[in-house]
Ligand binder design. Structure first.
Ligand code: PLP
Length: 460
């Protein structure tokens, strides 16, 4: 049961009216009373009234090594004492250089060039800018179209939001429309009844090839794809889809940008999922979140040696990539990332994920018998549990309200969820144990059952 809301909490909530949050409903400014999170340790967060909750979304898919790791706190403090900041334009700092080399060694294929950014959106935006720059350097300035997918999420800059395919979130927001193209969602649950997964995969790969051919391969710069569409509700495309899309891009000389802002750094049991899980060596790869486990903001774009060599081969005159940020390779963020990677090694975190992920999947699949559960999607330690109140009306607004109620009930019982449309998405800290997974799934199950019973007595 939740503890009483204290005056201290109310005071923060009043001040918070001035904090315009992401995805803020502007008409509701001044009326929101958000949960105030005051502390956190391990997989738990503690609100300002002392309620301890399992952090189901792991912050925002990011607190991979768990909250409150002293090693990162110490590394950040030590780095701040030595050097808080120096301009990356004019010099380098040891942590950023060491981190770049360490990441290049971990990254798949020839992704040896690490361009540090301030987060995921700026990593993706930089990848797209590099794709344009690359084609300009190669003397083909008309090769500028980008293909992305419905259901994708790539960020919140003008261009990355345009490449995102969460359609409800485009209302009232301007998008780049002439050069960004969204092909259909590769969610297997959307396939017509009677269609096999193999046929569906063929059709989704064909969507990409048809779009490339329709625009003309000489006009298409890049295809951008998350291996698993995270914020779209943990959409797992059919087996072989990602690799076949990559092969198609190669065939048509289109750059393949892997957006691994969520899937890198252990979420799927590997540092990077593209090669180790899906067999793909992308031309560019974007990360953020788990890179520092969210302790300090940082993102990184990895660019392949091949692209650098192509640019060099196109002529000897200097070709500046005039893109960068005041905080590119920030020493404090880099120190946090290095300490974060140390924890991965010392705690053998990837092995731990390999051990607990099957239990996570098994326990979640037990929810399939519940009457409102439509689909359960799990890979590694990320999952989406999709609900549908009326099978005749999937993706109804009532499903979203249902999930909000489930979240409310779960919070009372000690679990923070993240409803995304009609799915509850989960990406707990990777340190989660089997017993903690049991607790998480038990609370979720109870939340689903209670909200279902409430609905039966109050079918609004
Ligand atoms: N790409 C993906 C796949 C994401 O999930 C996100 C954020 O959730 C982003 C990019 C944007 O990252 P950020 O919010 O750090 O800018």
């Amino acid at each position: 049961m939740l503890k009483e809301i204290t005056e201290a909490t109310q005071s923060i909530q009043a001040k918070d009216q001035h904090f315009m949050h992401p995805w803020e409903d502007v008409t509701a400014i001044g009326t929101q009373a958000r949960t105030v999170i005051a502390k956190a340790d391990g997989i738990y967060i503690v609100d300002s009234d002392g309620n301890r909750l399992i952090d189901g979304p792991g912050g925002m898919w990011c607190v991979n090594v768990g909250h409150g790791r002293e090693e990162i706190v110490e590394a950040v403090a030590a780095q701040m004492r030595d050097l808080t900041y120096f301009s990356p334009w004019s010099a380098t700092a040891p942590p950023a250089a060491v981190l770049a080399e360490r990441l290049a060694n971990l990254a798949p294929g020839d992704l040896n060039n690490v361009f540090f950014t301030t987060g995921g959106s700026t990593a993706v935006d930089s990848a797209l800018r590099f794709a344009f720059f690359y084609n300009n350097c190669l003397g083909r300035p008309e090769k500028k179209h980008i293909i992305s997918r419905v259901g994708a999420y790539h960020g919140s800059t003008h261009l990355t939001a345009s490449c995102s395919g969460k359609m409800l979130e485009k209302a009232n927001m301007d998008m780049v429309e002439d050069t960004v193209h969204l092909i259909p969602n590769p969610n297997p649950a959307l396939r017509p009844s009677g269609m096999s997964l193999e046929e569906f995969c063929d059709r989704k790969v064909a969507d990409l090839e048809n779009k490339i051919l329709e625009l003309g391969p000489d006009k298409v710069a890049a295809f951008i794809a998350e291996p698993i569409l995270a914020s779209g509700g943990v959409i797992i495309p059919p087996e072989g889809y990602y690799r076949r899309c990559h092969d198609l891009c190669r065939k048509h000389d289109v750059l393949f940008i892997a957006d691994e802002v969520v899937t890198a750094f252990g979420r799927l049991g590997h540092y990077f999922a593209s090669k180790d899980v899906f067999g793909v060596e992308p031309d560019m790869l974007t990360t953020a979140k788990g890179l520092t486990s969210g302790y300090v903001p940082m993102g990184a774009l990895f660019i392949s040696d091949r692209l650098m060599a192509d640019i060099k081969a196109a002529g000897n005159e200097p070709k500046g990539f005039f893109s960068g940020f005041t905080y590119s390779g920030h020493p404090v963020a880099a120190a946090a990332a290095l300490a974060n990677l140390d924890i991965f090694e010392h705690d053998a975190l990837l092995d731990h994920v390999a051990k607990v992920a099957p239990h996570f999947e098994k326990r979640l699949r037990e929810l399939a018998d519940l009457p409102m559960v439509r689909d359960i999607r799990v890979n590694g330690l990320m999952a989406g549990v999709e609900c549908c109140l009326d099978p005749e009306k999937p993706d109804d607004e009532r499903d979203m309200n249902f999930l909000l109620e489930v979240d409310e009930i779960c919070q009372r019982n000690g679990l923070l969820l993240r409803p995304v449309y009609s799915s509850a998405v989960l990406s707990p800290p990777l340190t989660i144990t089997a017993a903690q997974i049991d607790a998480l799934v038990d609370i979720l199950k109870q939340g689903l059952e209670t909200a279902w019973e409430n609905r039966a007595t109050d079918p609004k």
